[in-house]
Design a protein around this ligand. Structure first.
Ligand SMILES: [Zn+2]
Length: 374
């Protein structure tokens, strides 16, 4: 997350969906509601809109593991009063992570304990709420880009719309043929996946939440990198960055150590140091970026070695200097790994590095001569 992260243009549609999920979940917690209360007409009344009510009724008819989602909703509607009270409080506290960055962070903690003691009840909540993402967003939520309710399928937000809009927004070179770069690690994006910053399995009310969805590369999204790694410490976000709410862009720099080409992340403000360390641990950035720096270094080394073979003589200091500067001129901000490569070229183009280059290249040339390759 070296560059700022922007909300997708579908943000309002996601906000509207989360409002629907919260309203529905809270209604299920109402002591007067039970499984017999769940009907299309009732949902229309609860949500205050025919389109949303009908969409939700149809959604509850969709199947998860061969059973309609209505089974999960019914189970929750039939919870006892004590569980409903607990769940209601928990829904209010976990349905918006934005508040955890605006209120006093040390005091305001995301509740990490499950609100329902019976596993089957908890699973019902998880499956029902996650289905809004897995099934609902996949096929289309009843909201257009500006958050208004719509039954026009061409205007409804889908997973595909959200992801492609986000990726387009973050392309430095918007040409369709230009390479795409991961917003987290700045390497080539490849097949992007939408990550739930705060895990949806533990906080299913956040499965469709504008603050919680961020497309990133496979490497970043999967273990041993982020995977299901936590982005808070026991519910506190104090020592953590957040892609939208507390963005890390501009809060840390990248230093490359010349001796071993290891990258070190350095926080600009010392108070951000724990956040930088946590971000690094979550995505293994220094390991991955150091590997990339060394791979690029090897590429440069090979290029210089090839020039010597073509010249049939060791390169002079001026020739090395010019060749390195020519390579450095090819760096382009819109290309993958730009920041790592920039840090590398700053080190390898430095005058202090020239003697090391000359020694390395002379040794390689001598070896090639001895092996009859030149
Ligand atoms: Zn990545």
């Amino acid at each position: 997350m070296l560059k700022p992260i922007k909300y997708s243009n579908w943000k309002r549609a996601l906000v509207a969906c989360q409002r629907m999920m919260k309203t529905f979940a809270l209604w299920l917690c109402n002591p007067a509601v039970n499984s017999h209360s769940i009907a299309e007409a009732e949902l229309i009344k609860v949500l205050g809109s025919r389109i949303e009510g009908q969409w939700l009724w149809h959604f509850l008819g969709r199947k998860d593991s061969k059973k309609p989602l209505l089974i999960h909703a019914s189970r929750l509607a039939d919870l006892n009063i004590a569980d409903k009270t607990n769940l209601e409080k928990w829904i209010v506290e976990t349905s918006d992570i934005g508040g955890y960055f605006t209120l006093v962070p040390a005091v305001h903690l995301l509740p990490v304990a499950r609100p329902l003691p019976v596993d089957e009840d908890w699973t019902a909540l998880q499956k029902l709420m996650e289905a809004f993402y897995i099934k609902g967003l996949r096929d289309g939520l009843p909201y257009s880009a500006n958050g208004t309710i719509t039954e026009d399928r061409n205007q409804q937000v889908t997973y595909k719309d959200f992801k492609s809009d986000f990726l387009q927004l973050h392309k430095i070179d918007s040409d369709p043929d230009a390479r795409e770069v991961c917003v987290v690690c700045a390497s080539e994006l490849g097949k992007a996946h939408v990550d739930h910053w705060v895990g949806k399995a533990e906080f299913p009310l956040l499965s469709v939440c504008a603050h919680n969805l961020i497309p990133m590369c496979d490497d970043c999204n999967e273990a041993p990198n982020k995977g299901t790694g936590k982005v808070h410490t026991g519910g506190s976000f104090q020592e953590w960055f957040h892609p939208y709410q507390r963005p890390p862009a501009g809060k840390f720099g990248m230093k490359l150590h010349p001796a071993d080409l290891e990258i070190e992340l350095q926080s600009i403000d010392p108070s951000d140091a724990p956040r930088v360390a946590n971000l690094n641990t979550l995505f293994n950035l220094t390991t991955r970026w150091s590997k990339e720096a060394r791979a690029e270094y090897r590429k440069v080394q090979r290029s210089l070695e090839r020039r010597q073979v073509e010249k049939k003589a060791v390169l002079t200091a001026q020739e090395i200097d010019k060749a390195l500067l020519d390579l450095a001129k090819n760096l382009c901000e819109a290309e993958p790994n730009y920041e790592v490569h920039t840090a590398l070229y700053q080190v390898i183009c430095a005058p202090a590095r020239l003697i090391a280059w000359q020694t390395e290249l002379k040794n390689d040339f001598d070896e090639k001569v001895a092996s009859g390759l030149v």
